[in-house]
Design a protein. Structure first.
Length: 382
């Protein structure tokens, strides 16, 4: 067994950094050694909480004890910060979306190759137990070749729970860039790359009112479409309808339904690692597949009290640990930039098609990431 550990630094000490710092300790091959933020007080607070070093961004990038830097900055500066990390001679693992344009994603991919460094990115939820069980069932031909399907993420909006939801409704925001990475990445995991895209886009409300926190009652202008209905044509010939919206108060759509030549599959929310996969084969009613003995399906996260239990499976850092393992073993990472750049092009093509009302053919393609079975997942964990 290779017990090599790579030092990890984190740039960006907002809310999401807490989850990374908490969960990184559960995985092999990675050790968070320093954190940085433009707000030094935020970095010092996180460092004190988790017993790591607080540094300036400049000093973290010079730190010889760090081989991988996790980019948790806001999406608008993902490209700039990731390039700085590569310039410093370190591998990049970015939060989603990798970049806000395919041009920038491709530039990072080429620059990393030139520097002989790795770039990978969230989401890694497709490595979860339910999605990997769905992947195995598809690979085993349980529903035959996937020919069509539907995906839906629809709700009323982010202003109801997020205390500072401004960026969701400004350029660089919107439901495609926010939630699209989870759904599209999992579709590529399950059935392969996308070939062509068409879409319709709209804005349900021109303003949004914050209804929580210290800014309760403040009105925001909406500057991006908040509803998209897209049609994705995959390289294998499948056609998938994808609905992403913040203008829906209620619905009964499944998160993801895939229709094969000999059956149908109902996949749980790809924003999460766990959940039940349902199957219906040749005239039979849908039934839940037998629970898979996969470590990334074990409920380990949430809130528990005497009245209610809200517990779910959360294995954020699985993609980071897999990347470190891939670097050590000189193999292809499952969240590699080739996959992520393709997903970025799919998302930006959806937004462009929503404006132009044209069918767009993609320039990129990618291979499906390697499956992650129970034993391989256990090997990533301590």
């Amino acid at each position: 067994m290779n017990n090599k550990t790579l030092g990890v630094g984190i740039i960006g000490c907002g809310n999401i950094s807490w989850a990374y710092l908490t969960l990184a300790a559960k995985f092999n091959h990675i050790e968070v050694r320093a954190v940085a933020d433009m707000n030094m007080a935020a970095a010092e607070e996180r460092a004190k909480e988790f017993g790591v070093k607080a540094q300036t961004v400049k000093d973290l990038l010079k730190n010889d004890d760090i081989q991988i830097v996790v980019n948790l900055t806001v999406p608008a500066v993902h490209y700039k910060v990731s390039k700085q990390i590569l310039d410093a001679g370190k591998h990049v693992y970015s939060e989603k979306p990798l970049t806000l344009s395919y041009k920038d994603a491709l530039a990072l991919q080429k620059y990393a190759a030139k520097k002989k460094l790795r770039v990978a990115s969230a989401p890694d939820t497709f490595l979860g137990a339910s999605h990997q069980q769905a992947r195995k069932a598809i690979d085993d031909g349980v529903i035959g070749k996937v020919v069509s399907g539907t995906c839906h993420f629809m709700g009323p909006g982010m202003e109801m729970w997020h205390p500072n939801p401004d960026f969701f409704f400004n350029p660089g925001g919107g439901p495609v860039l926010d939630m699209g990475p989870y759904y599209i990445t999992n579709l590529v995991n399950l059935i392969g790359p996308v070939k062509r895209v068409s879409a319709l886009a709209g804005t349900g409300r021109k303003t949004r009112t914050i209804t929580n926190g210290p800014r309760n009652g403040e009105v925001l202008k909406v500057k991006v479409p908040t509803t998209y209905h897209a049609l994705l044509e995959f390289a294998n010939g499948a056609s998938i309808t994808l609905g992403l919206s913040w203008d829906v108060w209620a619905h009964k759509h499944q998160n993801m339904e895939l229709y094969g030549q000999t059956g149908a599959m109902f996949v749980p929310d790809p924003n999460f690692f766990g959940g039940d996969v349902m199957l219906a084969t040749q005239g039979n009613l849908p039934e839940a597949m037998k629970a898979w003995d996969h470590p990334f399906g074990v409920k380990n996260w949430g809130m528990k009290n005497s009245q209610t239990d809200v517990i779910w499976a959360n294995y954020r850092c699985a993609g980071l640990a897999d990347m470190a393992d891939a670097i050590i073993k000189k193999r292809h990472a499952r969240c590699d930039v080739s996959l992520v750049a393709h997903v970025v092009e799919v998302m930006t093509a959806i937004m462009e098609a929503g404006k132009s009302r044209k069918v767009l053919t993609l320039k990129s393609t990618c291979k499906r990431p390697a499956p992650l079975g129970p034993d391989e997942a256990r090997a990533l964990m301590k």
